[in-house]
Design a protein around this ligand. Structure first.
Ligand code: NDP
Length: 476
């Protein structure tokens, strides 16, 4: 036994992660259900480092130093359970099983419980950055026991992305915490992408700019506060021309967005926890709307616009308004996502450090961005910050763009350009800062039809009004 770490599941992600370990000097045991993938890894990349290939799971496990560290990188769901079942009889006390696939966090909680009962460590870890990240340095979000992180952490930190010399990997929290945080990362990614798409639409349908011109605008935005991987690739995509037709590439892509489910999980969890993650929800629903072919067909035929085309006197000023609206909406989406992390952390006793999460998302992952530094700083100023938006940096940043944000949402509505994430983010902003909300009326209605009771602004207690009687008030 001489391998320091093993990877089973050698499709694009596992193969690249194994190469990443090897390139960092680790001896890596490699295994895949069907041997072909193991062979092709050895043929194509075997000279990149020290690999120990095995055809059987038993040989694979036997090739690992104790305590064994086995990274599972297979299709999330039943495949992960199948691999764990195969591994279990081969492992011994203190061995560490790492699930680096995109598991849903309740599955991770279940698996961790089962494996810890067998004396094993189970580390559900989020890995973001796609194929390229896995090879060159992803953002890694490991959960599990602190004890497991002592031996596993240094290896994961070594292969993770680095920003200013700091690894984009840190211990997240017990059992499902790592996969939970990865899920919210993906939810935020949905929101970020939708906001960018809305900004593009306003410039395209509103301003009438060409895809290539908007590509230049995004490239310029990438020099400022908005600097991020997603803005950068958007500029690239918009400047790309389809070789076959000579048209802008974005124009020949079918406008029906697909999804694999992490956005949906994030929204479902937001509903369970009662945390308004409206940016992520709008983004997820916008994808669903785009894919609703019969509904769109019927809508296109039946629904009039009654809209006024945008009259833009000063193009540069409008572009700047859209930039500010995008930044402000983005801050709202992140603020909501971090609220969700705080709520889940409290619910499950995970004790997640939100500033550290923003730090490990600065590199490697899809939402890597300059402004994540600002989020880390905000949580360093106040680790218990109840609302990221209320941190002084963000109140200023959003406050400066507030008029622009309102103008953009109003003009989108007048022009009939859908901007669900822009407008719901602004509504959230106005809701969360309101002195008084019409929730008072909701409570009164609930008491009227269902005797659900209400509390008063002027004294303690719970009350019910006899709506169908003499309308006197009773203390409930
Ligand atoms: P896939 O999700 O396409 O999974 C293919 C791998 O799973 C193959 O190695 C396959 O083995 C194995 N597998 C499937 N069913 C079983 C089973 N019943 N028993 C044993 N092995 C099985 O691979 P990816 O590399 O794309 O992704 C791996 C994991 O990483 C997934 O959980 C994914 O969600 C996650 N992930 C993916 C990212 C990406 O960008 N692709 C980014 C971040 C995370 P065989 O070759 O024998 O069929």
């Amino acid at each position: 036994a001489r391998a320091q770490i093993g990877v089973t599941g050698l499709a694009v992600m596992g193969r690249n992660l194994a190469r990443n370990f090897a390139r960092h000097g680790y001896t890596v045991a490699v295994h895949n259900r069907s041997y072909g993938k193991t062979q092709s890894l050895m043929e194509e990349a075997g000279d990149e480092g020290d690999f120990v290939p095995s055809e059987s799971m038993a040989d694979f496990v036997a090739s690992l130093e104790r305590p064994r560290k086995v990274v599972i990188m297979v299709k999330a769901g039943a495949a992960t359970d199948a691999v764990i079942d195969e591994l279990l009889p081969l492992l011994e006390d203190g061995d560490i099983v790492v699930d680096a696939g995109n598991a849903h966090f309740p599955d991770t909680i279940r698996r961790e419980e089962a494996l810890s009962a067998r004396g094993l460590h189970f580390v559900g870890t989020g890995v973001s950055g796609g194929e390229e990240g896995a090879l060159l340095g992803p953002s890694i979000m490991p959960g599990g026991t602190r004890e497991s992180y002592e031996s596993l952490g240094p290896i994961l930190e070594a292969v993770s992305a680095k920003v200013d010399g700091t690894p984009c990997c840190t211990y997240v929290g017990p059992n499902g915490a790592g996969h939970f945080v990865k899920m919210v990362h993906n939810g935020i990614e949905y929101a970020d992408m939708q906001l960018i798409a809305e900004a593009y639409d306003l410039l395209r349908a509103g301003l009438g700019a060409s895809a290539a011109e908007i590509g230049e605008i995004f490239a310029a935005w990438n020099e400022g506060d908005l600097e991020s991987f997603l803005i950068e690739i958007t500029a690239d995509v918009l400047r790309h021309v389809d070789a076959e037709t000579g048209q802008a590439f974005v124009d020949i892509v079918l406008d029906q967005a697909e999804q694999k489910g992490t956005g949906r999980w994030t929204v479902q969890n937001g509903l369970d926890l009662g945390v308004p993650i409206t940016g992520i929800a709008e983004a997820t629903f916008a994808r669903a709307l785009s894919g609703g072919v019969p509904q769109r067909e019927a809508g296109r035929r039946a629904l009039p616009a009654n809209a006024e085309p945008l009259q833009v006197a000063d193009r540069d000023a409008f572009v700047e308004d859209v930039r500010q609206a995008l930044y402000a909406s983005k801050v709202v989406a992140y603020s909501q996502g971090f609220d969700q992390i705080a709520a889940a952390s409290a619910e499950h006793g995970w004790d997640i450090d939100r500033g550290a999460m923003a730090r490990i998302w600065r590199g490697g992952c899809i939402i890597r961005a300059r402004f994540l530094n600002r989020i880390t700083e905000a949580y360093e100023r106040d680790p218990q910050l109840p609302l990221l938006l209320s941190d002084e940096y963000f109140t200023d940043a959003v406050g400066n763009g507030l008029s622009a944000w309102r103008r953009v949402v109003a003009r989108a509505a007048s022009a009939g350009i859908p901007a669900p994430a822009f407008s719901s983010s602004l509504a959230y902003y106005d809701g969360v800062r309101a002195e008084r909300l019409p929730a008072a009326l909701i409570q009164a209605q609930r008491d009227f039809f269902g005797a659900h009771t209400y509390r008063r602004t002027d004294r303690e207690g719970t009350f019910h009004t006899l709506w169908s009687g003499d309308r006197s008030e009773q203390e409930a």
